[in-house]
Design a protein around this ligand. Sequence first.
Ligand code: ME8
Length: 515
Amino acid sequence: MAREKFYLTTPIFYPNGKPHIGHAYTVIASDALARFQRLDGKDVFFLTGTDEHGLKMQQTAEKEGITPLELADRNSAIFRSMTETLGASNDEFIRTTEPRHYASCQAIWKAMAANGDIYLDRYSGWYSVRQEAYFDESETTLGEDGVRREPLGSPVEWNEEESYFFRLSAYQDKLLALYESQPDFVGPAERRNEVLSFVKSGLKDLSISRTTFKWGVPVPGDDKHVMYVWVDALTNYITAVGYPDTKSEKWSFWPATHIIGKDIVRFHAVYWPAFLMSAGIALPKRVFAHGFLFNRGEKMSKSVGNVVDPFTMVEHYGLDQVRYFFLREVPFGQDGSYSHEAIVNRTNADLANGLGNLAQRSLSMIAKNCGGKVPARGDLTEADTAILDQAVEALAVARRAMAEQGIHLALAAIFGVVSEADRYFASQEPWALRKTNPERMETVLWTTAEVVRRVTVLCQPFVPGSAAKLLDLLAVPADKRSFEHVHADHALVPGTALPAPEGVFPRYVEQDAKA
Ligand code: ME8
């Protein structure tokens, strides 16, 4: 039977500078979502990349005295290496300067034009280079410093030129009908409301080309114009799955679920579906916007260095620690903050003292008392069955949560089982049973190890490296690690030889305390 397809995207990032922790956050969260569906049996295509055209890229390059492509090459490579450092499992990394992308942009442009939605006129209005967006005069404010700014604070400049327009105004009712008929098209609810009120307040036609600079995809049939960078950028999502070749095998991944930050909801939930409707292309399944991260910088320890640099952060705390922290601590969809204390507290409590400690205690008892083999499983008591079942139930809860991007809720359910298993282990006192009832001790150790196995299989999307090590320690074969194997049918087999146990989640120790 053909597996269900699942296509997930991150925004493509501007490589006008180096990646920061906000970019890393989007990649980590999207990676967890993609890995989860893969482990749950879907045929997943996970895409990230860089957005290399536009005035911002051109101006930054000019300041540095290099070409925009040189700037893009240099920084795109750093973004790519960030995805590797973060353990991202993206299937492709797209760059908008690739030839296949030019072809795809020109094809969607022609399709929109053929539908009568593109016309030539003059544009005059305010443009923010930082946002790469046009603003109504009413959306801007003139500061005391004489600088006019858009609502997020970046300066806008007056721009007047010949421009192609997209007939966005013709899509107001169709978009409202979309949000109505597909209530989960935009999430979370706050973002959906924001989009609804923006569209209800009336849509103006959108300027979609520029003549004052050249760094973009040429408009088909009119080389004086390059496409507005957002037309080009959004189109990456279909380029990557083969557009305009909609007969290709890859195209069967479309439509996608788009994960973005809350700053770019309007582009994804208003402009993008309008372009797609115009071009006769299926609409995305969902656009989910996460919140913004804020650095409680003053609390970060000096030894951490530049903490907004994702590379430094991973080096300092460990990859899975960083991944776990952001995924568990910040409710996905809401704003969040990070600080040294919060990272240390969260990862020490849940990883080192939680799952790590439970695994280490049970596995070292097994090594010492059961000949380094999976212990014998006697009759199970109610307490044994209860904790074993909880791990299976956590899969159902996590599945429901992840279907709605509730990453923190999935993790809460999974780590709830770890806490429960800790209490089970403490109350069963296997160390005391060693002399009084060794058979029962083995059953308790088997149960604990089996719960650790189930929980660890579920942890893979979030802390992939550590979970793999832990599954190695439990001698779980590589092809027995997907979610279908959480079930009791795939339980640890007594007598299986286990490798010597070792710690998987090191406890963070303060630098000063180490000295
Ligand atoms: O907007 N907290 O690229 P960009 C959380 N090229 N996430 C953050 C963040 C923060 N403080 N800062 C940035 C663009 N992000 C366009 C996108 S898509 C077709 C084109 C993340 O480099 C968040 O995902 O400015 C946000 O949406 C994205 O980076 C913006 O990245």
